[in-house]
Design a protein around this ligand. Structure first.
Ligand SMILES: [Zn+2]
Length: 74
């Protein structure tokens, strides 16, 4: 099960959640202020992309089909 990183838009807290693939894009409540105003950050992706530098800036890794790691599970 992949770990997803989220950022709270209310208090700017970063937090990680272990979620199933299908839940990755669901709203995650902030553990600090319990706001639902959070969005998923993409960072885990880059360190797992077999040594290649990802410079597209699209937010996805090189194995992401749609420019987002939500589609590749990284
Ligand atoms: Zn928060």
């Amino acid at each position: 099960m992949p770990i997803y990183e989220y950022v709270c838009e209310n208090c700017a807290k970063k937090f990680e959640l272990l979620r199933s693939f299908s839940e990755a894009d669901k709203a995650a409540d902030c553990p600090v202020c319990h706001s639902a105003q959070t969005h998923r950050a993409v960072s885990k992706c880059f360190s797992k992309s077999d040594g290649m530098t990802v410079s597209s800036g699209s937010g996805g890794c090189h194995s992401c089909a749609g420019g987002s790691c939500a589609s590749c599970g990284h």
